[in-house]
Design a protein around this ligand. Structure first.
Ligand SMILES: Cc1cc2nc3c(=O)[nH]c(=O)nc-3n(C[C@H](O)[C@H](O)[C@H](O)COP(=O)(O)OP(=O)(O)OC[C@H]3O[C@@H](n4cnc5c(N)ncnc54)[C@H](O)[C@@H]3O)c2cc1C
Length: 727
């Protein structure tokens, strides 16, 4: 194609634009790193060939770009010169060296004898990056404009190449220094070969979108020779997450369970990929422990990075003063779903966003998903469904085991059941983690000497359960157990029915919280629901407040008084005598470090990042009192989450589920259903219904601790096996 060069200024502008694009491409470190630099230089030379209607373009990059210098020759398809590519190469020899020694005229003369004129340009100020040589047998070549264009191209290209080199170096160093190489690992040939039997190889063209946010069940792609750009499409355009190059793989925490994707993957370099579907990925990680470690670690780290950089496909627009905003943010956080939070109280500019979607401020909180879906103050289950968190849940199938509750006990049951081949479904009313999920640091769980956050423990356990194939329905409270016949049926609040051969109930208990104060704000920041040696250490020498009139509150007050400077014991009733054991009342009254305050209720809690001040009111005389305190112990008892089981299972007087030997021998009004159904005695954790087990805090007599909940969840699985064998 003949390119007229009538307007040099216009041509230079055009070329500059072209080269700029190339430079941006060159500057992408992930493209540069591990990619043959010749591919990039080839692109540049092709542009020059076409623009200037040349016969050949040659570039030689110095050894600075690799162990050996890179040489690239591009010949025009309709070249008229009588030399082969090899001959051109031979004639140009080592132009960089020749150029440096000023011997280019010699090469020029040799080529001139063949009727070919050349235009050289140095890459880098002193040609330290390399040289480009353009050749043509066109009469009058090179014209002034052509030489000018070449020097513009060479100048831009050398900047781009240098930037790319610097960036790739920076990236390499930072990857080695931080966990980046675990987040974006490059699989070895041997690892890829081990993955091959689980997938299928296919070709991907440049620009092909492999997945968009919100798509369900997308495979994990192992990049054999393609490069991908991972972006998050946002309302304001795309945000680059990363570039994946050959040897790397796509996917993050949701991939293994076939959940909806949260980012977009687009090919920026054509080639082949190995496509591994979620079900095959689960088989792969179950069979290949070493590869499983690489994949799962990367998936988890990527999800954390997305959360950290607020790169999710969900935007929550709300107010810090709105309980519903808190509910939705908590649900997303506890599910480890990356999202961006926009606080309308902080930034007026975001009101434009509401206008754009035609939303009134009164309708907040608003959830925008994938830049298109808009939910106005959705229920938690609406949000879960819209995000596809329950996509792979099938209510029509009969499950070997349904676990109700995804706290530590339920998650442990799920991990052990699924790893032992039991088809297990977990149904959770909120998000995984249970009470432990609200603990900022659990310090007494075996194997974590520096403590572990409840959220971290729950996220890892959830992924572990999903890795083994356990399914999880979220934001689905069970409201009814139908147990007239087997299989049993569990009904959710929206009327969905799940059938189960066996059931593990792990619904835990909720601590009774005073509703009069803003307690939730300080949970994990000065509010405690237990008083162990650990908490006693925390408040050594300080003034603390204990709320409650029962034995647990009395024990806590006496125990804490050994280390705290002073303990205020707040009791709602007029005396302790109705609710506390006499020995405790005696210890409290004789203890100068404990001040007993009857008829008192919490009135207010204050503090910035943590609890700083506690106020209470005397309900008889209306007097309000405040103390500077960093620790408040709520010991107002706990209520098991068993209201839906009344009349179905034998419960104790507080509603906890009776199991094993604790089951009543005869029926009475509250403790219905004695163990009469089977000739064998009930298993250890079995309730009054055969094949229905209770584990963790919901079980009468259980130790209210994470470790014991996990232990009971794990043990229950062996009994589930035996109960299944009876059917
Ligand atoms: C703030 C805090 C800090 C704590 N710190 C520690 C600590 O440091 N160390 C320690 O050992 N223990 C600690 N505990 C106690 C510990 O968290 C519990 O003993 C443990 O979580 C009990 O586990 P679980 O699985 O039996 O019940 P839970 O953790 O209560 O989980 C029950 C789950 O069932 C779900 N559920 C309830 N009803 C239904 C329904 N109808 N349908 C579906 N799902 C339902 C709930 O949403 C919940 O997710 C702490 C507790 C709290 C609140």
């Amino acid at each position: 194609m003949e390119v007229p060069l009538e307007d040099p200024a216009h041509e230079i502008k055009r070329l500059r634009r072209c080269i700029n694009d190339l430079v941006s491409l060159l500057a992408l470190p992930a493209i540069w790193r591990g990619t043959d630099p010749s591919q990039i230089v080839e692109m540049l030379l092709d542009v020059l060939l076409r623009m200037l209607n040349l016969d050949f373009a040659f570039a030689r990059l110095s050894g600075a770009f690799g162990a050996t210098p890179v040489e690239v020759l591009r010949l025009s398809e309709d070249s008229k010169i009588n030399l082969s590519a090899q001959q051109v190469r031979n004639m140009l020899g080592d132009p960089l060296a020749a150029y440096a020694q000023g011997s280019l005229p010699q090469i020029r003369n040799q080529l001139a004898a063949e009727g070919i004129a050349i235009a050289p340009a140095q890459l880098g100020v002193h040609g330290e990056i390399g040289v480009i040589v353009l050749g043509s047998n066109r009469a009058g070549f090179p014209e002034k404009t052509e030489s000018l264009l070449l020097s513009v191209a060479a100048n831009e290209a050398s900047i781009g190449l240098q930037e790319a080199r610097l960036l790739s170096e920076q990236k390499r160093v930072s990857a080695e220094l931080n966990a980046g190489n675990q987040m974006w690992p490059v699989l070895t040939e041997a690892e890829i070969d081990r993955a091959r039997p689980y997938g299928r190889v296919r070709r991907v063209e440049i620009g092909e979108v492999l997945y968009r946010p919100g798509e369900v069940g997308r495979p994990c792609f192992i990049l054999l020779s393609v490069s991908l750009e991972i972006v998050q499409p946002t309302i304001d355009g795309e945000r680059l997450v990363t570039i994946l190059r050959p040897g790397m793989f796509t996917g993050e925490a949701g991939t293994i369970a076939g959940q909806r994707t949260v980012v977009q993957a687009r090919a920026i370099q054509a080639g082949e990929i190995l496509e591994v579907r979620p079900e095959d990925l689960r088989t792969l990680v179950a069979h290949d422990a070493a590869l499983s470690e690489v994949l799962l670690r990367a998936f988890m780290l990527r999800r954390l990075m997305l959360i950290d950089r607020q790169l999710g496909n969900v935007v929550v627009i709300g107010s810090r003063h709105s309980a519903d905003t808190l509910r939705l943010r908590e649900f997303l956080s506890r599910n480890g779903h990356p999202f961006t939070y926009i606080d309308l109280d902080m930034d007026d500019a975001y009101r434009n966003l509401l206008d754009r979607f035609g939303i009134a401020v009164s309708e907040i909180p608003i959830v925008i998903g994938n830049g298109t879906m808009v939910l106005r103050n959705p229920s938690t289950s609406q949000l879960a469904d819209s995000l596809g968190l329950n996509d792979n849940i099938d209510s029509n199938s009969l499950h070997d085991l349904v676990i109700v509750g995804a706290g530590p006990a339920g998650l442990a049951a799920a991990v052990y059941a699924a790893s032992e081949g039991i088809d297990a479904l977990v149904i959770e009313s909120r998000a995984p983690g249970g009470q432990a999920g609200s603990s900022s640091k659990i310090e007494n769980y075996l194997g974590f000497p520096t403590g572990v956050s409840g959220q971290e423990l729950a996220t890892s356990a959830t992924k572990q359960a999903q890795k083994f194939g356990a399914k999880m329905a979220l934001a689905r409270p069970i409201v009814q157990l139908r147990c007239q016949h087997r299989p049993y049926e569990l009904v959710t609040d929206d009327g969905t029915v799940f059938s189960a051969r066996t059931i593990v109930i792990a619904t835990g208990a909720d601590y009774n919280k005073p509703t009069t104060v803003n307690l939730d704000r300080f949970v994990g920041h000065g509010i405690h629901f237990g008083a162990t040696f650990l908490e006693a250490q925390l408040c050594e020498g300080e003034e603390v407040i204990v709320v409650g009139g029962g034995n647990s509150a009395g024990q806590a007050a006496v125990f804490l008084s050994q280390t705290a400077r002073k303990v205020y014991l707040l009791v709602r009733g007029a005396t302790l005598s109705d609710s506390m054991s006499h020995y405790l009342i005696a210890r409290i009254s004789g203890n100068p470090s404990i001040e007993l305050l009857c008829n008192c209720e919490l009135a207010n809690l204050e503090g910035q990042s943590g609890l700083e001040k506690v106020s209470w009111v005397n309900k008889v005389n209306g007097e309000v009192r405040s103390v500077e305190a960093h620790h408040l112990f709520i010991m107002a008892g706990e209520s098991p989450n068993t209201s839906w089981l009344r009349g179905r299972l034998a419960l104790d007087e507080k509603g906890f589920i009776l199991t094993g030997r604790d089951l009543p021998a005869t029926a009475d009004q509250d403790r219905i259903s004695p163990w009469t159904t089977l000739s064998r005695p009930p298993f250890m954790l079995e309730s009054s219904l055969p094949g229905v087990f209770a584990v963790g805090d919901v079980r009468a007599g259980s130790v209210k601790r994470v470790a014991s909940a996990v232990g009971e969840g794990a043990i229950s699985v062996s009994m589930v096996h035996r109960a299944l064998a009876e059917l």
